[in-house]
Design a protein around this ligand. Structure first.
Ligand code: F6R
Length: 363
């Protein structure tokens, strides 16, 4: 049931404010889920976190690395499961191992979990399907509460993974004493504002649609971001290639001059994710390097950001202004919709892209 939407993907994108509100009520609202986290994981018993997943789920892990390191001062290694499972990575009792999977059945992630079992101090999974192998075989399974995700391209599961991982980062900071009560309150407040910000981001769909009509004419697109927005740039590129079949790459803005800038010309638009945060000036200077070489910029920022840095951009998208470290969650919306509207414009099969399966149960 697509609830009046043309595709499951657009229905699932639109559901995000509701499912995120549920997930955050559960994990960041002092009730059942929060208690489950509290009882289930004691971050002060660990020295580091290893996070393992595939595809979009691994990008959720990469976003949360920024949060856990910043908020809880705890080193985080993020790995893709197909590499981790064969690498003989050292794990010990002071390592917390976290496996993230929407389906809970991804073969590589399950194999990686089995590798970690008995070596890591604790094995936690973050899953959408609680009745799954990955959930069953972990010491603690945390549901992301996204509801069934039918579209092959992951959307609401990604943002719900982020919501759960952000709640874990806050708990880690609390348990390790790296944030004081005032900071805890501020961060919890900022996290609870995410569903509203995602709703505001959904309201700018007409802007995204207009940009997508342009992007559909190109064969290559580059996505740039810094900090927690860097994994979002990777996610933007993954989504676009997956459903519109346009070649796309995501890079950390600061890596641009170490290679990819050689590709820049007017035939490869560059989507820049640039909230007006502490990294903004750096990102804008990377953007200017692109423009100086004839590159076309799609700048996705907020009002202050577009005002300060938007000069010369080819296309501009205005997001709400968001304070704090969790802005990356709302930026998932324009990233998902760019892919969605571009695919619709090109007429590709959005919910069933060629060569892809929803659940990858073979290696
Ligand atoms: C991308 C996508 C895939 C999955 C990946 C992991 O849109 O859907 O990259 O994220 O196959 O799947 P799960 O989360 O089920 O382990």
């Amino acid at each position: 049931d697509k609830a009046g939407h043309r595709h499951y993907m657009s229905k699932e994108i639109a559901e995000q404010p509701d499912v995120l509100a549920n997930a955050l009520e559960y994990y960041a609202g002092d009730n059942e889920g929060g208690q489950m986290l509290e009882a289930g994981v004691d971050f002060s018993a660990f020295d580091r976190v290893v996070m393992v997943a595939c595809g979009t789920a691994s990008l959720a892990c990469l976003v949360s690395k920024y949060w856990v390191e910043q908020i809880a001062q705890m080193p985080v290694d993020v790995d893709i499961a197909s590499e981790f499972r064969y690498r003989e990575a050292p794990l010990d009792a002071r390592t917390l191992a976290v496996f993230v999977s929407q389906s809970g059945e991804t073969a590589d992630t399950l194999a990686a979990l089995r590798y970690a079992t008995g070596k890591a101090g604790k094995v936690v999974s973050v899953v959408n399907a609680l009745e799954s192998s990955i959930a069953r075989e972990s010491d603690l399974a945390l549901p992301i509460l996204a509801g069934p995700e039918i579209g092959v391209a992951s959307t609401k599961a990604f943002t719900c993974q982020l919501a759960v991982l952000a709640s874990l980062a806050l708990q880690a900071g609390r348990q390790r004493g790296t944030i004081d009560p005032a900071q805890q309150r501020l961060l919890t407040d900022q996290l609870r504002q995410v569903p509203g910000q995602v709703a505001q981001a959904l309201a700018i769909a007409p802007q995204i649609k207009a940009v997508s009509a342009q992007l559909a004419r190109y064969d290559h697109v580059l996505f740039l971001g810094r900090g927690a927005l860097y994994p979002l740039a990777l996610e933007g590129a993954l989504k676009l290639k997956e459903i519109s079949y346009i070649h796309a790459e995501g890079y950390a803005s600061g890596e641009l001059k170490h290679g990819p800038i050689a590709l820049i010309d007017e035939e490869m638009p560059v989507v820049v994710l640039a909230p007006h945060d502490g990294m903004f000036d750096k990102t804008v200077s990377n953007m200017q390097e692109v423009m100086a070489r004839g590159g076309k910029i799609v700048m996705i920022s907020d009002g202050p950001g577009l005002k300060d840095g938007g000069d010369g951009a080819w296309q501009k998208v205005e997001m709400p202004t968001i304070d704090g470290p969790f802005a990356a969650i709302a930026y998932a919306v324009p990233v998902q919709e760019l892919a969605y509207f571009t695919a619709v414009e090109k007429g590709t099969d959005v919910d069933q892209p060629r060569n892809l399966a929803k659940s990858v149960t073979v290696e």
